[in-house]
Write a protein that binds this ligand. Sequence first.
Ligand SMILES: C[S@@+](CC[C@H](N)C(=O)[O-])C[C@H]1O[C@@H](n2cnc3c(N)ncnc32)[C@H](O)[C@@H]1O
Length: 306
Amino acid sequence: MPHFYFVLTNPEVESLLKIEVKDLKLAYSRPGFMTFKSECPVRFNPKMARLSGLCLGKFKLSELKMDKAWVWKRDDSYILPDELKDLTEKTFYRIGEKVTLIMMVGPDEFWVGEYELLPTHFQTPGEVSSILEKDVPSRAYYKIAEAFEAFDLPFEEGDRVLELGSAPGGASLFLLDQGLKVLGVDPAEMDPEILKNKNFKHLKKPFETLGEDTFKDNVHWILSDVNLPPTVVIKEVGRLLSFLNPKGVILTLKLNQPKHLDLLDHTVDKFHQAGFMCVKLKYLPSHRQEIALVALLQDLETGPKR
Ligand SMILES: C[S@@+](CC[C@H](N)C(=O)[O-])C[C@H]1O[C@@H](n2cnc3c(N)ncnc32)[C@H](O)[C@@H]1O
């Protein structure tokens, strides 16, 4: 009996996802929604998916009689039928519970999927961002805000962050708002408002020029959003880790070529070997052709919760 799996992801990464899931047969797709068929049950957890799980199939509205489910719409313009209107609001899922997700893929097209709610999942149908939009210098604001939310990052007021590729300053803005001190390294210009903040310092040069003598104090966090191939970023961060001892590293790895997918598992292993207890990859709602790698000295599940 065939087994079906669903994927929700962002349009920029769909072709990469199809390469990643090449061993399964693509069964159905609409922009942002795909189903795959397998002849035997598999552990289906593609890295390039915002959300994935078991696909129970396509249903008529009259067949959707659940009293507990979340409802996701592929397009904001779709009007939810009355039967489904309050379902999400009245449904709460705990970590570890099986989420039933009704996916409204077209104005009158409903699919149902199931997945286990993990600590790194957002409490939103379809893993859409829970971060409110605001006037920020760049999209990187949302990337770090979403990583903070998903991983419950243990930022503490006064923590020093080395931010690689900091211009124009979306991520810096989020970090400064959390009470952190930021050393931003980027040859490009920072937003003037960020430069005014007394907790921000700009090193206007490439990160390859940083040496042990650059740092008077240890840094608590290393963040990178440098738009260079992941091989370069991973190598340079590895070099920095030979003399810095942060409690966490948060990298946005740009996956401009399919071969970059093959790097990811090996990179996770390397961070484990370097002593990081918790090393995870997550495709965040604000991501394009990229993925977040979060490495923490403390374990995520056992560490303190906010
Ligand atoms: C996606 S943008 C970063 C966005 C930024 N994190 C923010 O919050 O607004 C990528 C940045 O990497 C920077 N970059 C590229 N090569 C670099 C290098 N060798 N060292 C440091 N920064 C670099 C670019 O100048 C660019 O500003």
